[in-house]
Ligand binder design. Structure first.
Ligand code: NAP
Length: 256
């Protein structure tokens, strides 16, 4: 069966590495993004070049679709676009995520909490919902796999940096456990990766682009991680090699 993957936040960082690796392994890929169209187009272009052509059997190898996962109408349109252009989704990576400026809890306001929980938690729930409606054997689907991108922050708590973000990732862990059990008998597996300190742009949003350099000495493996190292764990969880794994977590965190 043709594998169709949606990677939310697939335009940069871990999502971009996942989109490219999945395309290499034969998935048709939807690269979702929020604002940075040039970055999303660059991922689609890289996939077309690596595959030797933009199309396979009259379907694109990859498409870029703008949608804010925190906005319900955007998510519905994202999945409908994939239905039309790539076919029924068989795999979802809930990767889009944000954090904000490093702050103590005593300085976090409700507006920030709404933004952080909307993008990280609401977005993952809405995308999972749309995926299940298409994958579930109960609804005539052929099954599928969902991988949520959580964080070791869910168990470390990110004190002094972003406890709000860590708490949102805690919610992603609980979503993973509950949803995995809810849809296990309908042909859908749900797992999560928990990256540690990975070299991507996300640390700039926290106000510290070189954060990984500062904290890497605290990692047992003594280094930060690369986006591709997270992507490889995600691809294993999407693949048939992990057919007996659901409701599970892979920490990609150098032992942190
Ligand atoms: P990144 O480099 O900042 O990239 C974030 C991606 O998400 C971009 O493609 C961005 O699109 C997209 N995005 C953000 N908000 C979105 C929204 N509301 N709707 C749709 N797309 C949205 O981040 P990253 O470091 O690769 O992080 C990816 C995931 O890994 C996140 O869930 C993050 O929490 C998690 N994680 C990262 C680390 C780390 O150290 N890097 C550690 C643990 C967990 P635009 O380019 O259009 O803005």
């Amino acid at each position: 069966m043709k594998q169709v993957l949606i990677v939310t936040g697939g335009s940069r960082g871990i999502g971009a590495a996942t989109a490219k690796l999945a395309a290499e392994r034969g998935y048709a890929v939807c690269v979702n993004y929020r604002h940075n169209q040039a970055a999303a187009n660059a991922v689609v272009e890289a996939i077309a070049q690596a595959g030797g052509a933009a199309m396979v059997e009259d379907r694109p190898r990859a498409i870029a679709v703008a949608a804010d996962v925190a906005v319900e109408g955007d998510v519905v349109r994202l999945f409908q676009t994939v239905d039309k252009q790539l076919g029924r989704v068989t795999a979802l990576v809930n990767n889009a995520g944000i954090l904000e400026q490093q702050r103590r809890v005593e300085d976090i306001d409700a507006a920030r909490l709404s933004r952080v929980f909307a993008a990280n938690v609401t977005g993952s729930f809405l995308c999972a919902r749309e995926a299940i409606r298409r994958m579930s054997t109960r609804r005539g689907g052929a099954g599928g796999a969902i991988v949520n991108v959580s964080s070791v922050a869910a168990r470390l708590g990110s004190p002094g940096e972003y406890v709000d973000y860590a708490a949102a990732k805690g919610a992603i862990d609980t979503l993973t456990i509950g949803l995995a059990k809810e849809v296990a008998a309908e042909g859908i597996r749900v797992n999560a990766v928990r990256p540690g300190f990975i070299y991507t742009d996300i640390h700039s949003s926290g106000g510290e682009p070189d954060r990984v350099e500062r904290v890497k000495a605290s990692v047992p493996l003594q280094r930060g991680g690369q986006a591709i190292e997270v992507a490889q764990a995600i691809l294993w969880l999407l693949s048939a090699e992990s057919a007996y794994t659901t409701g599970s977590f892979i920490d990609v965190a150098g032992g942190k």
